[in-house]
Design a protein around this ligand. Structure first.
Ligand SMILES: [Zn+2]
Length: 236
């Protein structure tokens, strides 16, 4: 899962923090900061991208919307319909999960052939990765979930395109083709798939890290081939 940096809450022309009267008003600024991608499954979305509340604005049992959560910039991410629906109103204890805006979630989740997502670390972090995968349904396949959930299929397609791109690059390595691959990745989404398939190519990793808006640059070691490293202040 792509680790992202949301940044501080937006300010107006006078430098005052913008207080959102409705959370949906934050969508444009969130897209500017972290791109038009689901924060969990990483799908590229030009429509139906919702402002996602990390902690639900209306947790189970609550009689009304919790405004401190509903309008809090630091509680916002972006999510597709499937991730949003799977996560639902689960009232999460933040410390029991790994989060793309707090942790280096790319270290914790492994992407393998076909775009399959699984935990990448052992022990406590493995359980937290399992919790995150379960919360968002990143392990769902067309066989065990409704047909409208195409995340797995789309991720598999992105994997196949990334593998083909890598082979073509080996045959025809030049700057223009490298830029073309980045454009293809941006249009497709599934950043983690591209980072995984091109993991031996530090130049491509740098291009992907820089091209996708809001990717947490500090989560990768420039001096060591852009290897993922522990995020400052994060759990992994
Ligand atoms: Zn999603």
């Amino acid at each position: 899962m792509r680790p992202v940096t949301r940044g501080d809450g937006p300010v107006d022309k006078q430098g005052h923090h913008i207080q959102f009267s409705e959370y949906a008003n934050a969508r444009g600024e969130l897209i500017n900061r972290i791109g038009e991608y689901c924060s969990y499954c990483e799908m590229h979305l030009d429509t139906s991208l919702a402002v996602e509340h990390v902690q639900p604005k209306h947790p189970p049992g609550a009689t009304q919307v919790d405004q401190t959560r509903a309008l809090n910039w630091n509680n916002f991410l972006l999510a597709c319909t499937n991730c949003n629906a799977t996560k639902g109103n689960t009232d999460v204890d933040l410390s029991e999960y790994l989060w793309p805006d707090r942790d280096n979630t790319f270290r914790a989740l492994k992407y393998s052939e076909g775009g399959v997502v699984s935990p990448a670390m052992d022990g406590d972090l493995k359980q937290k990765a399992i919790n995150t995968i379960g919360l968002t349904g990143l392990d769902k396949t067309p066989n065990d979930h409704k047909a409208s959930d195409r995340r797995w299929l789309n991720r598999k397609e992105a994997w196949d395109i990334a593998v083909r791109s890598s082979k073509r690059l080996a045959n025809n390595d030049n700057n223009d083709f490298r830029e073309q691959i980045v454009d293809t990745a941006l249009a497709n989404g599934f950043w983690s798939v591209w980072i995984t398939v091109f993991k031996e190519d530090a130049d491509m990793l740098r291009r992907f890290l820089e091209a996708f808006p809001g990717t947490c640059q500090e989560c990768f070691d420039v001096t060591n081939g852009y290897a993922p490293i522990v995020r400052q202040g994060g759990q992994c």
